[in-house]
Design a protein around this ligand. Structure first.
Ligand SMILES: C=C1C[C@]23C[C@@]1(O)CC[C@H]2[C@@]12CCC[C@@](C)(C(=O)O1)[C@H]2[C@@H]3C(=O)O
Ligand SMILES: O=C(O)CCC(=O)C(=O)O
Ligand SMILES: [Fe+2]
Length: 342
């Protein structure tokens, strides 16, 4: 009998130390603690160019998305069909969660060998300083248990909204993947051969509280997502920056109702490095809390990602299962891709 690995199980194989899980109580600090003070950065920004904005109703949408994935690894999507009131409800439920007192949020703390719940970013152990960030991860059916710990009598709305949100995001992610396949000339037969039955996904709620010294703090340190694609809803507060080769860091200006879609490591591998797995980071703000919801869309955890190689090209990576790649990233986010280079 064949068994399947869930996404949570893949992450649970890589336990973290509690000091890499527990956030500080952001409300109780009035100055930036040394633990969260990063060296001054002299990175260059380019505010003159901006990430492509794509209308999902455009007749040339597959071509536009393909080009954006190739040139940028990221785009902003408008007219995506996700109801605006669902985005607003999900954002306000995330705000309700992060507004709880710290002791209440800690009741739903991610377990050391856990994948879901309240805590700081998984990449924390790979940096000397802590990020000005708290998160809540939802995968599989974990949501009810954690939500009950947060609100013993008042968790139904949170669960309903997050479940609906994930269902809608899954449909959109499937649709975007089909369009990207089309742009890569992947035929329906080739797609079928991949034998990806279903998908595995996670929803990450992110909060970046207002910060007393934003120039010395980092919301999320530079990273690439492990996913095939990530679909991000952000509130109206700017902060996300992406790194574009030969340009430098570029700010993603929030566009009302738009979703940010970015290429993760798994599509970078699948596209045989034609699509960059865009490096991105988040800055923080002195006045306002920033919130975002990131939907990470992956093929099933036991499936194998095989680079699509055009004639005359060579495979840049060996085939890898999603589970093995998660494990490589957990050991070293920076070296994971070089471990599978051919
Ligand atoms: C499914 C996942 C992707 C993620 C790790 C996680 O288990 C849940 C949180 C995700 C996140 C969000 C912030 C950046 C990131 C690198 C991290 O540390 O946690 C991503 C992870 C990822 O894409 O690998
Ligand atoms: O908050 C953001 O804008 C980005 C979040 C992000 O990069 C992530 O959750 O992986
Ligand atoms: Fe990310």
């Amino acid at each position: 009998m064949s068994t399947t690995t869930t996404l949570s199980e893949a992450y649970r194989e890589h336990p973290l130390h509690p000091h890499h899980i527990i956030p500080i109580d952001f409300n109780s600090v009035c100055s930036l603690p040394e633990s969260h003070k990063w060296p001054k950065s002299d990175d260059l920004y380019d505010n003159k160019i901006s990430v492509p904005v794509i209308d999902l109703r455009d007749p040339r949408v597959a071509q536009l998305i393909g080009r954006a994935c190739e040139k940028w690894g990221v785009f902003q999507l408008i007219y995506h069909g996700i109801p605006l009131n669902l985005l607003k409800d999900a954002e306000s439920e995330a705000r309700r969660l992060f507004s709880l007192p710290s002791r209440q949020k800690l009741k739903a703390l991610r377990a050391p060998a856990g994948a879901t719940g309240y805590g700081i970013a998984r990449i924390t152990p790979f940096f000397d300083k802590y990020m000005w960030h708290e998160g809540f991860t939802i995968m599989g059916t974990s949501i009810h248990d954690h939500a009950k710990q947060l609100w013993p009598h008042n968790h139904a709305k949170f669960c309903d909204v997050m479940e609906t949100y994930q269902k809608k995001m899954n449909i959109l992610a499937d649709q975007l993947t089909q369009l990207i396949f089309k742009s890569l000339d992947i035929s329906e037969e080739q797609a079928e051969e991949m034998n990806w039955v279903g998908s595995s996904s996670a929803l990450q709620l992110n909060s970046y509280p207002s910060c007393p010294e934003p120039n010395r703090a980092v919301g999320l340190a530079p990273h690439t997502d492990t996913s095939l694609i990530t679909i991000l809803h952000e509130n109206s507060i700017a902060g996300l920056q992406i790194f574009k080769q030969e340009v430098g860091w570029v700010s993603v200006k929030p566009v009302d109702g738009a979703l940010v879609v970015n290429v993760g490591d798994l599509f970078h591998i699948l596209s045989n490095a034609r699509f960059p797995n865009v490096l991105h980071r988040v800055s923080v703000n002195q006045k306002r809390q920033r919130l975002s919801l990131a939907y990470f869309y992956n093929p099933p955890t036991d499936s194998t990602v095989v680079p699509i190689v055009k004639s005359g090209q060579v495979a840049r990576y060996r085939p890898v299962t999603v589970k093995e790649f998660i494990s490589l990233k957990a050991k070293s986010p920076e070296k994971a891709l070089s471990c599978i280079k051919t």
